[in-house]
Design a protein around this ligand. Structure first.
Ligand SMILES: [Zn+2]
Length: 263
């Protein structure tokens, strides 16, 4: 069941204007009349995400469609993602640089195949199968994984529990991103950091390629953040944003940032 009247996930305004050039197959991508944030007006809801639209299930269809529509651009995009996976070891080094050591929560952790050297891993995962596998992996390393939507599960952890929280390619899927960020601000230790990676709606590639931009996915992506959007929603949760890719940002399909408690 869709929610046809979803308010703006950043400012709660109900009034919005449809962007037909970014909408598809009945999924209405709209711009908030108050704050200009672009988001999916009629998301499928958490139940449907678990049952029908979980990433691992839609990936194959989406892959075929994109390959057919825009082969060159899409192949480049796939290559980028494969490199990302192959360089997982360097990701671990980044975790060390950002979080030091200690307890790290990965929201949208999938099956958590990562090697959590030096960290006690915790996770939240909305796909039941993947959550079970992640929980097994994480328990072996002293942590655990909770099955459920991030906006609910984040509140089940203790306050000031984590040295680091990871939201990699997650917030764009989350119907209630503000609630998640507020929960994360509460669950974060003083001095801790939150890593966020989301598609960069303000990037040049989106402006040039329009609907073919790799950041669009219907209906899986329900929020399309610019850096300004990310700054505003983080601010509402009591967090400040430090961009990790400020120089090449206009040319980057993703925003990479560290969030920390405001001073
Ligand atoms: Zn708004």
């Amino acid at each position: 069941m869709t929610n046809p009247a979803r308010p703006c996930p950043i400012c709660s305004e109900l009034a919005s204007t449809k962007l037909p050039q970014y909408s598809r197959d009945g999924w209405s991508v709209e711009q908030c009349d108050a704050c200009a944030h672009v988001y999916l007006k009629n998301p499928p809801g958490y139940g449907a995400l678990v049952e029908d639209f979980a990433w691992e299930k839609t990936y194959v269809d989406e892959h075929q469609r994109r390959l057919k529509e825009s082969p060159v651009v899409y192949r480049l995009d796939v290559a980028t993602r494969i490199r990302h996976t192959a360089f997982r070891k360097s990701m671990e080094d980044k975790w060390r640089a950002w979080f030091g050591s200690g307890a790290v929560l990965d929201i949208g952790c999938a099956n958590s195949g990562n090697d959590y050297n030096g960290f006690t891993p915790y996770g939240i995962e909305i796909s039941k199968e993947l959550a079970v596998e992640a929980d097994r992996n994480m328990r072996a390393a002293g942590g655990f994984c909770i099955f459920g939507p991030g906006a609910e599960a984040i509140w089940k952890f203790d306050a000031a529990m984590f040295d680091g929280i990871v939201m990699s390619s997650y917030l764009e899927h989350e119907e209630e991103p503000l609630k998640v960020l507020q929960g994360a601000a509460r669950a974060l230790k003083p001095g801790g950091r939150i890593y966020v990676r989301v598609p960069n709606f303000g990037c040049l590639s989106r402006k040039v390629t329009g609907q073919k931009w790799c950041g669009f996915r219907w209906p899986d992506h329900v929020n399309y953040f610019t850096t300004a959007d990310l700054g505003r929603i983080a601010g509402k949760a009591g967090l400040k944003v430090q961009l990790l890719n400020p120089v090449r940002l206009p040319f980057d399909d993703n925003i990479n940032a560290l969030l920390a408690h405001k001073d």
